[in-house]
Design a protein around this ligand. Structure first.
Ligand SMILES: *Cc1c(COP(=O)(O)O)cnc(C)c1O
Length: 394
């Protein structure tokens, strides 16, 4: 029996930033006092800063799906025709959500592991001038694939439609130029690249989207974005907020601002690249080889092996919690996360653990091959740089 520390290495929840966790102990403040208003204002301006947008950002007490629901409730009406782009479990959530609110989605569906192309979006919008909104994931966490948001935005900008992006694992792992590209609603969640526990969702809202809310007729009450915007002007939320999470978020945003959002993205991208190199060195196939994102890398289990065995042995042998595939991908793939508070030491360990697990299950592995691939990527990026702070995100 050896000591094993639990390490949470999934693409949500992600590893927690210690100082954010500690900040949660200061939760004994009342939400209608100046103490709270100071925190809330700081969180809202911090979110605008790291999302690099001039749009309003609204925070909701919910998991990420709550903000997805709010975008539909507030900006659309029953019977509206919309376009949903899907290539995974979270794309399917958009399909289910739009239907649940009585919208009529046209669905462009690509197989798991690939992504929808901007030219498909252009064709669908040209074919149906009644479409009022387009829904997509920036990063499809279930497959590890990324969508070309910039390319889609170019097409969508030419039409009078709202572009609604589930960027819950896109934020902090890929560039998202909200103002420049004209992204109307961009949704994030606290338990992803923001390094704190689940329970807060947030979304940036463009002028165009605010205008749409005046005519949208779907019922709304708890997730009333206009009510939240009005209250936010005074530094308050409409309802009792999740004070502990907001204190954590304030700390996490300080950390991210200090690091720089671009460096947070670069960090995830470099770790993702190193993970792909390790997989190749170990003879493992990627699940989304043509459009890999940087929030999470989905790797196929070796032929004849259930990925659930790999996930289970990560936990039982090493205390490392990694993700299995979802839905029909369960048993086929395992997913290694990069978003948020992940570093090279996490990856060295994870790849070394993977090598041991493969060997223990009868798959020939030359120990160190995968780890060396990660080390080489680190060496290229940072070994010879004098100022390590500049070379790799701290
Ligand atoms: C995590 C995640 C969500 C939100 O799921 P919740 O359980 O509601 O937080 C939505 N979309 C994507 C792409 C995600 O990764």
């Amino acid at each position: 029996m050896y000591i094993k520390k639990q390490r949470l290495l999934t693409p949500g929840p992600t590893p927690l930033l210690p100082q954010a966790l500690h900040a949660m102990m200061g939760s004994d403040i009342h939400h209608r006092t100046e103490d709270f208003r100071k925190v809330y204002k700081s969180v809202l301006s911090g979110l605008r800063e790291v999302m690099q947008t001039s749009h309003d950002v609204i925070v909701l007490v919910a998991s990420g799906s709550g903000a997805m629901e709010a975008s539909i409730q507030n900006c659309f009406s029953c019977g509206d025709e919309v376009l949903v782009l899907t290539a995974g479990k979270f794309g399917e959530r958009w399909v289910a959500l739009t239907k649940a609110f009585g919208l009529k989605p046209t669905v462009i569906e690509e197989p798991y592991g690939s992504s929808v192309r901007p030219d498909q979006v252009a064709a669908a919008l040209a074919a149906n001038p009644n479409i009022r909104g387009v829904f997509v994931q920036a990063s499809e966490t279930s497959t590890g694939a990324a969508h070309d948001i910039e390319g889609m935005a170019k097409v969508i900008r030419q039409h009078d439609v709202l572009f609604v992006i589930d960027a819950i694992t896109g934020l902090g792992t890929m560039p998202l130029k909200i103002d420049e590209w004209g992204l109307d609603i961009v949704i994030g969640g606290s338990q992803k690249a923001f390094m704190i526990p689940p329970g807060l969702a947030f979304l940036s809202v463009s002028e165009k989207a605010w205008k749409r809310m005046d005519e949208a007729k779907n019922a709304r009450f708890y997730f009333d974005l206009k009510r939240e915007r009005k209250n936010a002007l005074n530094g308050e939320s409409a309802w009792t907020p999740a004070v502990s999470l907001l204190l954590a978020m304030d700390e996490a945003l300080k950390y991210i601002r200090n690091l720089g959002m671009d460096n947070l993205v670069a960090n995830a991208q470099l770790l993702a690249r190193a993970t792909r190199a390790a997989a190749a060195a170990l003879g493992l196939e990627l699940f989304s080889p043509t459009c890999p994102g940087s929030s999470v890398t989905a790797i196929r289990a070796p032929q004849g092996m259930d990925s659930g065995v790999i996930v289970k042995e990560f936990r039982t042998r090493f205390g490392s919690i990694i993700a299995n595939g979802q839905g029909s991908m369960k048993g086929q793939i395992f997913r290694v996360a990069h978003l948020g508070y992940f570093d090279f030491a996490d990856l060295f360990a994870m790849v070394a653990e993977l090598e041991i697990i493969l060997a223990a299950n009868g798959h020939p592995v030359e120990f160190g091959r995968g780890v060396a691939a990660v080390q080489n990527i680190y060496a290229d990026a940072a070994l010879l740089k004098k100022d390590i702070k500049e070379a790799v995100a701290v």
